[in-house]
Design a protein around this ligand. Structure first.
Ligand code: PLP
Length: 224
């Protein structure tokens, strides 16, 4: 079940910041997605390729599908025909494959570079140094069918809001620096995807343009 009242409250808040809501529907049944769709939501986020592909088949065609979870190279081909934005690009190899599959499908796929900003160890996301390294590669310019639309990050899972704000602000500073130095003539580089159920007000305060929310829209997830 989707909480429609909560949905409208969140939308009202996001509007003040000109930010967009990505409803993260992983593990949720299509009925819940449809409830939010009927309330007006079009952008939904999933973190598993198979789940996204299956749900898509039984839902309206004008839903925008966002991949927010770690994406394996060998699965890009399944979402390449329709995916709206890939938030979780965390390697050059993945970017290369997205470009290849985008070409095959005769489209350009929008991507965010995922940056590791949390204190916790994680296998996923570029470091700041790696992002600069990537943007300086010649190969990077050959990716004709990917559109780098901005950055994504996940803050530490902590009650320490100073730390979370510090991490979000760090990502914003990186975003602004890249925009000024690497994407000067490129208005496509405009999205900052950060903030989830527990920390999205802090993300908004630090310039988030896309907020990825699951739990407070759909209730606590049941993992089977
Ligand atoms: C699950 C997930 C979210 C949403 O998390 P909630 O705490 O349920 O709001 C956001 N981003 C990513 C990458 C996720 O995997």
């Amino acid at each position: 079940m989707a909480d429609i009242e909560q949905y409208h409250n969140i939308l009202k808040e996001l509007k003040k910041y000109h930010a967009q809501l990505i409803a993260v529907s992983k593990t949720e049944p299509v009925e819940s997605i449809l409830q939010l769709y009927q309330a007006g939501q079009r952008a939904f986020g999933e973190n598993k390729v198979q789940e996204m592909c299956e749900k898509r088949l039984s839902l309206p065609e004008d839903i925008e599908w966002h991949m927010v979870g770690h994406l394996q190279t060998n699965k890009v081909k399944y979402i390449a025909p329709f995916v709206s934005l890939i938030h979780s690009v965390d390697s050059v190899k993945l970017l290369e494959e997205i470009n290849k599959q985008a070409l095959k499908n005769n489209r350009t796929i929008s991507c965010l570079l995922q940056v590791h900003i949390a204190a916790e160890e994680s296998k996923f996301g570029f470091s700041e140094e790696e992002v600069y390294g990537l943007l300086q590669q010649k190969q990077f310019k050959l990716f004709t069918n990917v559109r780098i639309a901005g950055l994504m990050g996940m803050a530490s899972n902590t009650d320490n809001s100073d730390q979370v704000e510090h991490e979000f602000e760090g990502l914003r500073q990186l975003f602004l620096h890249l925009k000024q130095n690497y994407f000067t003539d490129n208005s496509d580089f405009k999205e900052l995807s950060m903030g989830m159920s527990s920390d999205y007000p802090l993300a908004l305060k630090h310039g988030a343009t896309l907020i990825r929310i699951g739990t407070i829209l759909f209730g606590k997830r049941n993992y089977h």
